[in-house]
Design a protein around this ligand. Sequence first.
Ligand code: NCC
Length: 276
Amino acid sequence: SAKLSPEKLLCQLRDRVNVTMIQRSDGPFGTSEWHQYLPGKSLSETVGHLGRCAVVSSAGSLKSSRLGQEIDSHDAVLRFNGAPVRGFQDDVGQKTTIRLVNSQLVTVEEQQFLREPLYNTGILIVWDPAPYHAEIHEWYRKPDYNFFESYKAYRSTHPEQPFYILNPKMQWQLWDILQENSLEHIQPNPPSSGMLGIVIMMTLCDEVDVYEFLPSKRQTDICHYYQKFHDHACTMGAYHPLLFEKNLVKHMNQGTDEDIYTHGKVTLPGFRKVHC
Ligand code: NCC
């Protein structure tokens, strides 16, 4: 039910969604205290120019997919939250270049987050649901989860590991495009980590392969490939507008329906390759 052509939609995403990380110049982060915590280099400086990238959803349908080698053949791999690789390499690969985590994990599961070696690989990015188009000051005073202390604690113990805070502007710029391209009203909740990660990789890479965001023939109610927990809402969405995100991604897919069915794979162009 998307209204724009795939080409126009890609241009809208490229031109209206500002993927930036919190910097020292962002209002409340301009203090000398924050100065010692925020990474000095920008994300694009840290990762460099990336060619082919993979985004690996955490869906249960990755189980028994044997996609590991294919995923690892990419220049960079993005994973989400606590999604493990150890013990699951055959299905999800072992490379982790970027891990996008939500602020709930960093706060509610703080002890695990600070201790689990899983988080010590690659570049970390944390995001927090902000009020609709809120100013950065307003969000800073009232984040959805107050993850700032946990972020600082992690930075103190792992000063060499790049760890960014996603600028919350992005989530609503993306949500607006989701809403404009859907016939129904979407609940005003931010996009899922999955959708945010896809757009982050589109800004960094020439081409992005997304695995099991659109479910393959292995579609299942098992929520995650790493847990025995069943919930239909994991694939369809409850809080996040996941169904609308999936429709949008399907609409922009440059790969084949066959690739979705057999590999759960969607191919999207990086914004550098989009000509408007
Ligand atoms: O489950 P979650 O998501 O960590 O999954 C990461 C992304 O993978 C895609 N996904 C996942 C499962 C599935 N069956 N199909 C999928 O397409 C989604 O795009 C999803 O975003 C999140 O988005 O951050 C989320 O985080 C969890 C949870 O907070 C973390 O795993 C940390 O424990 C949320 N679950 C709960 O709060 C119970 C989930 O709603 C969203």
